[in-house]
Design a protein around this ligand. Structure first.
Ligand code: ADP
Ligand code: MG
Length: 386
């Protein structure tokens, strides 16, 4: 599948399904989190960037209360829904993402009448690149405009998050939607998850002769949901025992004292969050002072912390990281929630073929499923494309 979205192709496919031209086409990107993992729900810092893979929706408003939705994904059929009886308990499957956004907007008093919607996404599903937020943000951006709702980007972030939390039922923070909605070409988004304040940070990889390789391990562990919930619970316990509102309020200087107050496992969970927040701040500083070539050790330290302290890596992710580093990567780490999904490696442009081949080879030798390996670059955020 081509990574780039052709708006006219999306409009054409809409026409083939629904026999009319769409009112517009909107797109929103997936994301890679450069650094700052599991810090979002601890009111900490994250540094994602939008990638050059996106979800695009072509939409045409109708003058009744019927919604018809179809995706180019697999052999998806047209799903028809009566919006006048839309309830969050009856939404299921992929349409819970777009309809979840419609439901949240309705709860906020933004009336969305009937519509036809065609979705085409180039964000791989379930790879940890947030294909789900890309759909939510494309749909939220579209209806914000079509219904003239006048919501700000930060408000749209919360619309997408509520759809994910309250309709889909995934207890995620604001990282994914913020990256998709606030991003800018050639930049990362430095986000404070406590205040929702954000700042664009230049991430000019090409000027430094670098690129970021994504290694989609294709691993999805059945215990990912349970593992995520368990990590959140550990963080809440840690904050409670340490007497703070969230782990955001603990600094690296507090760690020696914290180790005496927490059980061994909870301490390691806390240490990951506290050191990871510091690594995000250090990464932002180093990007400004010395550019992307300087951040490699922080990326790799983040991986080690997730592997050993937070224990959310898996053999496939570790192998991808270790192999990239052995091939001379500047830095490498797993990205996303963990227990599978993708790793990223910051490498020189000229080493791309060698690093990719070495990782494929290492996976074959280990008897692992062949990963998908592709380069990504920092891309613009959600917008109307036609
Ligand atoms: P991630 O966000 O990391 O990709 P999620 O499990 O949160 O993984 O979201 C994946 C889900 O998003 C899929 O199960 C599917 O319901 C939906 N999805 C992703 N891409 C598409 C697509 N192109 N068409 C329809 N649904 C999609
Ligand atoms: Mg998701």
């Amino acid at each position: 599948m081509s990574a780039s979205i052709d708006a006219s192709q999306v409009a054409l496919a809409f026409e083939e399904h629904f026999g009319a031209t769409p009112d517009g086409v909107w797109s929103a990107p997936g994301r890679v989190n450069l650094i700052g993992e599991h810090t979002d729900y601890n009111e900490g810092f994250v540094l994602p960037f939008a990638i050059d893979r996106a979800a695009a929706v072509a939409i045409r408003q109708r003058d009744d209360m019927t919604a018809r939705l179809v995706s180019s994904f697999g052999d998806s059929e047209v799903v028809t829904v009566d919006l006048s009886t839309l309830s969050r308990d009856t939404m299921s499957g992929w349409t819970a993402y777009p309809l979840g956004v419609v439901w949240v907007l309705d709860q906020m008093g933004v009336a969305i009448g009937g519509f036809d919607l065609f979705l085409h996404s180039t964000v791989p599903s379930g790879a940890g690149l947030s294909s789900s937020a890309a759909i939510e943000c494309a749909v939220a951006t579209a209806f914000n405009e079509l219904a003239a709702a006048g919501l700000s980007q930060n408000e749209l972030v919360l619309v997408g998050q509520r759809a994910e939390n309250e309709v889909v039922g995934a207890p995620t923070g604001i990282l994914d939607q913020s990256a998709s909605l606030l991003a800018s070409d050639g930049h990362a988004v430095f986000l404070d998850c406590r205040t929702q304040e954000s700042q664009l940070v230049p991430l000019d990889l090409a000027a430094a002769g670098l690129l970021i390789l994504v290694v989609d391990t294709k691993v999805t562990h059945a215990h990912a949901t349970g593992g995520y919930a368990a990590r959140r619970a550990s963080c809440e316990l840690g904050a409670e025992v340490l007497g703070v509102k969230s782990l955001r309020d603990v600094s690296t200087a507090d760690l020696p004292e914290a180790s005496g107050l927490l059980d061994e496992e909870t301490f390691r969970r806390v240490r990951h969050i506290v050191t990871e927040n510091q690594r995000v701040l250090d990464t932002v500083q180093l990007l400004a002072d010395a550019g992307p070539v300087a951040i490699g050790d922080l990326l790799t330290a983040s991986h080690v912390s997730m592997r050993d302290d937070f224990e959310i890596s898996c053999p496939e992710l570790d192998l991808a990281v270790d192999t990239a580093l052995a091939q001379g990567a500047v830095g490498a780490r797993m990205t996303g929630g963990g227990f599978g999904g993708s790793a990223i490696a910051l490498i020189s442009v000229k080493s791309e073929a060698a690093v990719s081949a070495a990782i494929l080879n290492a996976f074959a030798t280990a008897g692992f499923t062949a990963p998908d390996i592709f380069a990504v670059s920092p891309a613009p955020g959600a917008r109307k494309i036609s």
